[in-house]
Design a protein. Structure first.
Length: 90
């Protein structure tokens, strides 16, 4: 599987899992969910490597890769909700 396709599939899985674990009224569609998952995978890999948990695997799917990517996507989703809430108050 080409590397870019791997990241898109991993992003879709991570984004979908993060939306499932944190349900709410988010206006994001499928493309935003994939983007959230891809950026979350990058963020999760960065966090995991700095905490010594490993990194997101670029060669295949593993439980650790999906967990780190989902963790990163959840962090991004919570941050986005916080920003949206602060904008509504202003």
């Amino acid at each position: 599987m080409p590397l870019w396709l791997h990241w898109i599939v991993l992003g879709l899985i991570a984004g979908s899992l993060s939306k499932f674990l944190l349900p709410g009224r988010d206006p994001a569609g499928c493309l935003i969910t994939v983007a959230l998952g891809i950026v979350g995978a990058l963020l999760g890999g960065w966090i995991g490597s700095h905490l010594g948990w490993g990194a997101v695997s670029e060669t295949g799917f593993s439980t650790r890769s999906i967990a780190l990517a989902t963790l990163g996507a959840i962090v991004l989703l919570l941050f986005g909700r916080l920003v949206a809430r602060l904008r509504r108050r202003s």
